[in-house]
Design a protein around this ligand. Structure first.
Ligand code: UDP
Length: 242
């Protein structure tokens, strides 16, 4: 029962296995890290476990707040059981503070607090380098119906309110994050993927000066070192708080 079955898909940071139940999958978090569309690669021992544990706590929080999502339960420290979904090929990024690609593509200065959350949508396509996409292009490509896109955007804004408050409680500034959604077997939209320092920017608020201390994948992207220490610190703060 519930033995690891066939490998259905292997992504950059996770492996997806089939489950005995048709409507479920087993997701294993890997230690691999990639950045800049996998041009930069490395392995960090223990990253998979930390992301799995952090993501589990966050999905449990979202569950309590009635956000429809794929998470079912933790199987072991780097594996979860989730509902099977057909992933919508869009990456929904919400930004509270300007950083990363927003500052490379506009004249907005890094660290600027945004007056309201900004939602940037990217097409999930490695060959095209995940381009920024417009609502009209999404419609043109028949990726999803307009009302489903509205639903996803609305859900992302709700998730932001929950996460911002949660992270502030543990002295972290939620700069931005990326979400993915999918359809379950009943065509219901669910939040999928993971929520971890791999796809959120989290800055330490326990700093005397205004210096930015990233406790997220920017430690790898920008060669800052101490990635496992940063992820462990987030995991520790979450567990001390809950
Ligand atoms: N992000 C992600 N996967 C991607 C691109 C971005 O999880 O393929 C996350 C990233 O960790 C950050 C947010 O989305 O929390 C915004 O990233 P940005 O567009 O600034 O891109 P980057 O600077 O990472 O190239």
């Amino acid at each position: 029962m519930n033995n690891k079955c066939d490998l259905i898909y292997e992504g950059k940071a996770k492996k997806i296995f089939s489950h005995d139940d048709e409507d479920k999958v087993i997701i294993e978090f890997k230690d691999d890290a990639t950045a800049f569309n996998a041009l930069k690669k490395a392995k960090f021992e223990g990253k998979g476990r930390l992301n799995c544990l952090i993501s589990t706590r966050i999905f449990e929080l979202l569950m309590k707040n009635n956000i429809p999502n794929h998470f079912i339960r933790l199987k072991n420290e780097n594996t979860i059981i989730a509902k099977k979904i057909k992933v919508i090929p869009l990456e929904i990024v919400l930004r509270n503070t300007a950083y990363g690609s927003l500052c490379k593509q506009t004249t907005i200065k890094p660290g600027t607090l945004l007056a309201k959350p900004l939602i940037d949508i990217y097409l999930k396509n490695d060959e095209l380098n995940d381009p920024l996409i417009t609502r009209d292009r999404i419609e043109l490509m028949n990726i999803l119906e307009s009302r489903d896109l509205d639903f996803i955007i609305d859900l992302t804004l709700k998730i932001n309110i929950i996460l911002k408050k949660f992270f502030k409680n543990i002295q972290l500034q939620l700069v931005d994050f990326k979400l993915e959604f999918g359809y379950d077997l009943n065509s219901k939209i669910l939040l999928g993927d993971e929520i971890s320092p791999d796809n959120c920017r989290l800055w330490d608020l326990n700093q005397k000066d205004d210096i930015i201390v990233s406790l997220d994948k920017d430690r790898f992207r920008n060669d800052l070192g101490g990635l496992i220490e940063a992820y462990s610190e987030i995991n520790r703060r979450i567990n001390d708080f809950i």
